[in-house]
Design a protein around this ligand. Structure first.
Ligand code: EPS
Length: 384
C-alpha cells in the first residue's frame, strides 16, 4: 500500500512528508522533483512569498546511490521565510479561509489554524507526487496538468502529441495550452489586482498510458474516480471536480454520452487488448475502474480568500463588525494549482497501480502488469 503523511506550517521550519510503500529499484531524479517545485512557485499572479522561497527537496531516507530502497522515503522542503514564533495572531477572520470555523473548532487562535490551512503545504505534496511520477514514468504512464480557464475566460486545449502540449504549456505564463491567450489572461489578473481582488479558474489533468483495471467497482472506497475526487478536492481552494464530460453528461441523452465499444484484433499487443472507443466522454473511468483510455479530470479553484480589499467580517475580540484581515497573498494561483493537482493525481494513480499489480520492486510491478495482460488476452481470445 502506497501512502504518505505530511506535516508543516506555512511559516514553520520546514514541510515534511513520509512516503511509505514506495517500491525498491526506482531511480530518483532530484532535479525532476525540484523542477516541479519551481513550477508550483511560478505562474502569473503569484505573491511576494515566492520571491523569498527557493523550494528544493531534500531526501532524508529511503534511497541509496540515487535508487529507492523500498523503505519509507522522508522528504523535506525548508521554509526560508521561517518566522512563526514572531508572527502575530489575527482577529478579523477572512471569509473563505479556515480562520473562523477552524479557530472555533480547535478553541484556538486564528494563527493556529491558518498556518496549516495555507496552500504552502502543497509544496511537499508536489514533492510526493513528483516522486510518484518517477515510478509511473518507467512504466510509460504520464500525468499532465494545465489551466483551461482563468476566472470567466476559457482557454481551449488543442490536440497534439504530449511533447507538443508540454512545449505549449512551458510557453504560457498561466500554464494554459494556448500561450497566444496570455495577454488577455494577464490583463484580467492585473485588473483583479488593481481592485484588491483575486481570481480562480479551472484546471485539467490527463493521464496517458494507463492499463485497464486500476481501481475497483466492488466497494465504494476502492472506486478510483471517488478516490481521485477526494484527493483533488483536498487541495486548498478546490471547490469542484469532474471526470470526462462531467456535469455536461447530466444535460445529454445517454446515447450522446456513452462511448461505443469497438474491437480490432490487429491492435492487440503488449499494452493493448484490441478494444477502441471513438469518444472518451467517460474520461477513462467506468464504474471506478480505468478502461485504458486517457483519464481526464478537471478541478474548479475558487479565488483565493485573502483579499487586499477585504470583505465584511467580525472582530473576534469585540464582536463588532469590521473588515477582514489582510495578509500577503496571491492574486491568482490557478497556474500553481494546475501543478499541484497534477502531482496529487500522480500519487493516486501510483497508489492504484500498486494495488492492482503489487510488488516490492519496479521489476516485479512490470512483470505483474505484463502477466495480467497475458491473462486478459487469453480471456478475450482463448484459442490464441
Ligand atoms: C503559498 C504561500 C503562502 C501564500 C499562499 C500560498 O505564503 P504567505 O502566507 O507567507 O504569503 O502565498 O497561501 C495562500 C494562498 C493561503 O490562502 O494561505 C505557497 O507557497 O503556495
Amino acid at each position: 500500500m502506497l501512502r504518505y503523511l505530511s506535516a508543516g506550517e506555512s511559516h514553520g521550519k520546514a514541510l515534511v512528508a513520509i512516503v511509505d510503500g514506495f517500491p525498491a529499484g526506482v531511480p530518483i531524479d532530484l532535479e525532476a522533483i525540484n523542477v516541479e517545485l519551481r513550477r508550483r512557485q511560478g505562474g502569473y499572479g503569484r505573491g511576494g512569498r515566492q520571491k523569498l522561497e527557493h523550494d528544493q527537496v531534500e531526501v532524508l531516507s529511503g534511497w541509496w546511490r540515487g535508487v529507492s530502497l523500498g523503505s519509507p522515503i522522508a522528504l523535506m522542503v525548508v521554509n526560508r521565510d521561517h518566522k512563526l514564533e514572531r508572527m502575530d495572531d489575527l482577529y478579523r477572520p477572512r471569509p473563505g479561509h479556515a480562520d473562523l470555523a477552524g479557530s472555533i473548532k480547535y478553541l484556538s487562535s486564528v494563527r493556529a489554524v491558518l498556518e496549516r490551512a495555507s496552500a504552502r503545504e502543497t509544496a511537499v505534496r508536489v514533492a510526493v507526487g513528483a516522486l510518484a511520477k518517477q515510478l509511473l514514468a518507467p512504466l510509460g504512464i504520464s500525468v499532465f496538468g494545465y489551466v483551461v480557464a482563468v476566472g470567466p475566460v476559457n482557454v481551449a486545449s488543442p490536440g497534439g502529441s504530449l511533447d507538443d502540449l508540454r512545449r505549449r504549456r512551458e510557453q504560457s505564463e498561466l500554464y494554459t495550452l494556448d500561450p497566444s491567450r496570455d495577454g488577455e489572461l494577464k490583463s484580467l489578473v492585473d485588473s483583479a489586482q488593481k481592485t484588491g481582488n483575486t481570481l480562480g479558474g479551472v484546471i485539467e489533468v490527463r493521464v496517458d498510458g494507463l492499463p485497464v483495471g486500476l481501481g475497483s467497482h466492488a466497494h465504494w472506497d476502492r472506486k478510483l474516480d471517488g478516490r481521485l475526487a477526494q484527493a483533488v478536492m483536498s487541495v486548498q481552494a478546490i471547490k469542484g471536480v469532474e471526470i470526462g464530460l462531467g456535469f455536461e453528461m447530466a444535460r445529454r441523452f445517454g446515447a450522446e454520452v456513452h462511448d461505443p465499444i469497438q474491437f480490432d484484433p490487429r491492435l492487440i499487443g503488449e499494452r493493448c487488448l484490441g478494444f477502441t472507443r471513438p469518444t472518451n466522454n467517460a474520461g477513462g473511468l467506468e464504474a471506478g475502474i480505468t478502461n485504458s483510455q486517457t483519464l481526464v479530470i478537471r478541478a474548479a479553484k475558487k479565488p483565493i480568500s485573502t483579499l487586499a480589499r477585504p470583505l465584511p467580517s467580525v472582530n473576534l475580540e469585540t464582536l463588532e463588525p469590521e473588515i477582514a484581515s489582510y495578509e500577503r497573498s496571491d492574486v491568482c494561483a490557478v497556474a500553481a494549482a494546475s501543478c499541484i493537482v497534477e502531482n496529487v493525481v500522480a500519487f493516486e494513480i501510483a497508489a492504484a497501480l500498486l494495488e492492482k499489480f503489487g510488488g516490492d520492486s519496479l521489476a516485479e510491478i512490470e512483470a505483474h502488469w505484463s502477466s495480467f495482460y497475458q491473462l486478459a488476452r487469453r480471456k478475450i481470445q482463448p484459442e490464441s
